[in-house]
Design a protein around this ligand. Structure first.
Ligand code: TRP
Length: 454
């Protein structure tokens, strides 16, 4: 066993975890979930769910990782003293990231295609109506999105094959702040578009009658997805967190920055959606239709700004998507190299074949395979729903039960308070433990059931 490196400081911990959390989940998935599930009402439920359930689950995952000093695959097995059930559970966190990587790279491919369009100044020169239509023709064609998907995935795999750690972390340290600045620039422009105020209203005035059990189910799924929970990723990060670090504060910092980023993205995208006359429930293409609209109208007043911002925007999206996708593929590769001693390039190639071919099916499900449905959903939608609304919740349920019922309370307290040395954590421990032991498991079961009946 290698000596585990630790993150240098609190900011480094938050940065690394936020780097994994902030990604397409915030900027692509959150706005379209908001649009499909009731606007401000969804945002409200999302905030409550994040603070009341996801945050305790996050702390539980970090604790399991830090205490076991193992990645997701071995953590619970080790802490339970080699119990076979918990060892077997460790397999889920290997499978889920690969499923997600398949369709994540399809979206990565779309972003890449948009980046190419931005470089040819398409969004600056074409009319707003024309650019919102680009998406429909891109995804419904057969080859173009498939090729972009494979190019995107191959690029990620090349990085993975070369060994990930150092470079990538440095990479995302720069892309996240850039994305943050760009989203604020776009936000400011977006809210000043004619007709944009309806979009702002849509995000701040909740219609409480829109809150149904289904809203909770999707908000929870989104929150887990966005915080990279329920797939062992945070357990693995936790194993690198120093024993001196206050994990309650770092987890809170990560959850809040992720939340903030999602909300900023919502305010950047939704006003433009209304200004462009796009249906908020338009689905997975929401940002790919509304953002080009912003650049096109910007292009009529300030072509140079529009050109620069559009190129930078899609470039950072591609890079942010790449860093996430690399993280997802790496999980499978690490599993194969650790467990079966497969050589790294071969392991990566196997992962490429696996996620690439399944991703092709996801991509085609917007075109030639549009009529192929699994449980009433297209292949793409089914994969996303199955991963986010089912598998992430199952894993999270197992983790909170592990912490609540398999570990001893004193052990958990010891981990959360750093052996009793953080008085503040000791004071909130009772609340946190209650949330982990009672609220989260019950909520997860209810939400799980809702997913099947609504
Ligand atoms: N949270 C990421 C996002 O919002 C997606 C993601 C989930 C992820 N799990 C991950 C990224 C693991 C990297 C590693 O886009």
């Amino acid at each position: 066993m290698k000596e585990r490196e630790n993150f240098g400081s609190r900011m480094a911990v938050i940065f690394a975890m936020a780097g994994s959390a902030i990604g397409l989940g915030n900027i692509w998935r959150f706005p379209y979930m908001v649009g499909e599930h009731g606007g401000a009402a969804f945002v409200l439920v999302y905030i409550v769910a994040t603070l009341l359930i996801s945050l305790p689950v996050f702390i539980a995952e970090v604790s399991v990782g830090r205490r076991s000093r193992r990645s997701a695959y071995g953590a619970m097995g080790r802490l339970s003293g080699g119990n076979r059930f918990w060892r077997a559970v460790g397999f889920l966190p290997v499978f889920i990231p690969l499923l997600i990587a398949s369709y994540y790279s399809v979206i990565g491919g779309w972003s890449l295609s948009y980046f190419v369009d931005a470089c040819s100044l398409k969004f600056v020169h074409d009319s707003p109506e024309a650019v919102t239509g680009v998406f429909g023709s891109l995804i419904s064609s057969t080859w173009t999105p498939v090729i972009f998907h494979l190019v995107f995935l191959a690029a990620c795999c090349v990085v993975v094959a070369g060994g990930v750690e150092k470079g990538i972390e440095k990479f995302s340290k720069y892309t996240i702040p850039v994305l943050f600045v760009l989203i604020v620039v776009i936000l400011v422009y977006s809210v000043t578009l004619p007709g944009a105020s309806a979009g702002v209203q849509y995000l701040v005035k909740p219609d409480l009658s829109e809150i149904t059990p289904r809203t909770f189910a999707y908000a929870m799924g989104q929150s887990f997805y966005s915080l990279s929970l329920g797939m062992g990723c945070i357990i693995t990060y936790g194993s690198y967190v120093s024993k001196k670090e206050n994990i309650v504060i770092s987890s809170f910092g990560t959850a809040v920055s992720d939340l903030l980023f999602a909300i900023l993205a919502g305010f950047a995208i939704m006003p433009a959606v209304f200004a462009a006359g796009i249906e908020p429930g338009a689905g997975a293409g929401l940002i790919f239709q509304s953002v080009p609209f912003i650049f096109s109208t910007m292009g009529t007043h300030m072509p140079a700004v529009s050109a620069v911002v559009s190129i930078l925007f899609f470039l950072t999206i591609v890079v942010a998507a790449m860093t996430s996708c690399i993280g997802l593929v790496e999980v499978g590769v690490a599993y194969l190299t650790d467990k079966y001693s497969v050589r790294r390039p071969l392991a990566t190639f196997l992962m490429f074949l696996l996620t690439g071919s399944y991703g092709i099916l996801c991509s085609l499900s917007y075109g030639p395979l549009a009529d192929t449905k699994i449980a009433g959903r297209s292949i793409f939608d089914f994969s996303d729903w199955f991963a986010s609304n089912i598998l992430l919740l199952v894993t999270a349920f197992l983790v909170v039960n592990f912490v609540g019922y398999c570990m001893k309370m004193e052990e958990v307290r010891d981990e959360i308070t750093n052996g009793g040395s953080i008085a503040f954590n000791d004071r909130i421990f009772a609340v946190l433990y209650f949330l982990i032991k009672w609220v989260a498991p019950v909520a997860l079961v209810l939400i799980f059931i809702t997913n099947f009946i609504s």
